[in-house]
Design a protein around this ligand. Structure first.
Ligand code: SAH
Length: 469
């Protein structure tokens, strides 16, 4: 009976956190990983076991019967429904401890990596209002809370806010978000009120019709503000009316843009933005360097912590003036440009061509002449031939996406054997896998986890690898 599917367990204690925002419970020796980052170790829950495997099972929380004494009061009224800031009920110190433990466990258990030194995780000074970018979605299918459903009151179905996890068409109406500083909340409220008052329809994500689709707000430490509105209607007079009203209310917006998107998906990478007012970009500054951020450009979303992360990377890389440095997965070339002053030459490689264009612009903007950037899929472009054309790196910095590095990339690194590799990762699981491959020639001298995203389970880890003698 024990291992059948959809078994309900009435009352069981959450024992500990596990990787990827999951938690762990034990039921008569059976290890069960549960979805649900809204819980806290010490909570007693009702749960369902949905899958049983040989070594462990998986399940979902149905209800929390009793709260752990370790919980703290969440600061946001949307806690529990919204997909962001899911760890608000965990004290920040505990979050950091947990993230550090996750990195250590993944590296030592999965990767069987020996780590020379573990530098304690660097917490984010700002734990709220730390993001420089948010995207809000308009929907005519508002998420209703149980109280709203039970109140019997007539409530507008329109909402501007965040998608509900796993219920894509449903949108949680956000009245205050703690992720992005002023004037982010006020700009969102402006659009919500304007949309309601004008009668222009909020988007229908099932029928694919409506006017207002979404709005992106970007803020920079320079005080510059970018707003990008996405509409599904070509009537430019209506668009101009909204945007003029916005500028009148927020004259400090420095870059105002829109997309007309009549496709079924929200992605704008295949669309051309229209610059309505101000410049088509904003500028971020870091240690006197300027970074231009266009409508479609990638930039680390926690700018202050990104600076701390880059300083750790630069410190770990120990670049000297004769060194040829490769920055793999360079994005818009931020790290490449950040370290260029110390190096003889820096080569950046990145998949998205528009990002490579930004990387070049960023070098030019800062008078940096010793960088070159190449666009292509890493496994295809980073080859022996590429090395023979561009030189053998002394130092490699790599900041791959969550999937980690492709095996051929690790294998080429082993063949060319740079004296040092600095591996920045947003997924300790795949980093562990890659470090295990690289351990053939490299030892992990030290690691330094960094928290870029307080109140989430995400963790960044920087590892310094040195060639074994
Ligand atoms: N270091 C950069 C961002 C790195 S994010 C910064 O700090 O700003 C990871 C980058 O890897 C993204 O820009 C993504 O487009 C790129 N990428 C993902 N898969 C890739 C692949 N297969 N080949 C090359 N680049 C890839």
């Amino acid at each position: 009976m024990k291992k059948n599917k959809n078994r309900i367990i009435e009352n069981i204690e959450i024992l500990d956190f596990a990787a990827e925002g999951k938690c762990i419970v034990k039921n008569d020796g059976e290890v069960i990983f549960v979805e649900g980052s809204n819980v806290c170790p010490g909570d007693e829950v009702k749960m369902v076991v949905s899958k049983s495997k040989k070594k462990f099972s998986e399940g979902r929380i149905l209800a929390i019967n009793k709260f752990s004494k370790d919980r703290i009061e969440p600061f946001c009224s949307h806690f529990g429904v919204c997909g962001g800031c899911k760890w608000q009920h965990i004290p920040y110190e505990k979050q950091l401890e947990q993230k550090q433990k996750q990195v250590f466990d993944q590296l030592t258990r999965i990767g069987k990596v020996e780590i020379g030194e573990i530098i304690p995780i660097l917490g984010s000074e700002k734990t709220t209002f730390y993001r420089n970018k948010l995207e809000y979605t308009f929907s005519n299918s508002r998420w209703l809370t149980n109280e709203e459903v039970n109140s019997g009151k007539k409530i507008s179905k329109d909402a501007l806010g965040f998608h509900i996890p796993k219920r894509f068409e449903k949108v949680l109406p956000v009245n205050k978000c703690y992720l992005q500083g002023d004037p982010s909340n006020a700009i969102r409220d402006f659009f919500r009120d304007y949309a309601h008052d004008s009668g222009l329809p909020f988007y229908d994500h099932v029928a694919h019709q409506g006017f207002f689709r979404n709005v992106m707000i970007r803020t920079a430490s320079t005080g510059e503000i970018m707003v990008v509105l996405q509409v599904a209607d070509e009537d430019t007079s209506k668009i101009e009316e909204v945007l003029n009203a916005l500028v009148e209310k927020f004259p400090n917006i420095t870059s105002l843009n829109y997309f007309i998107n009549k496709k079924r998906n929200d992605s704008y990478f295949d669309l051309e933005p229209v610059n309505f007012y101000g410049l088509p970009y904003i500028t971020e500054e870091m240690e006197g360097l300027k970074f231009r951020i266009g409508v479609k450009s990638f930039y680390q979303t926690n700018s202050e912590q990104a600076y701390n992360l880059y300083k750790i990377v630069r410190d770990f890389a120990q670049i000297s003036e004769d060194d040829l440095v490769y920055d793999l997965y360079t994005g818009t070339g931020t790290i490449a440009n950040f370290v260029a002053k110390k190096a003889n030459r820096v080569v950046g490689i990145e998949y998205i061509e528009a990002a490579v264009d930004d990387a070049r612009i960023n070098s030019e903007l800062n008078g940096i002449e010793n960088t070159s950037f190449f666009a292509g899929d890493m496994a295809k472009i980073f080859t022996d031939e590429f090395i023979s054309q561009n030189g053998k790196p002394d130092i490699v910095i790599a900041d791959p996406p969550r999937a980690g590095m492709d095996k051929p990339v690790c294998e080429l690194l082993l063949r060319i054997a740079p004296k040092r590799i600095v591996y920045v990762s947003c997924n300790p699981g795949t980093q562990a896998r890659d470090l295990a491959i690289l351990s053939e020639k490299y030892e992990v001298e030290k690691i330094n986890p960094v928290d870029m995203f307080p109140h989430t389970f995400h963790v960044e880890n920087v590892a310094s690898l040195i060639l074994k003698s």
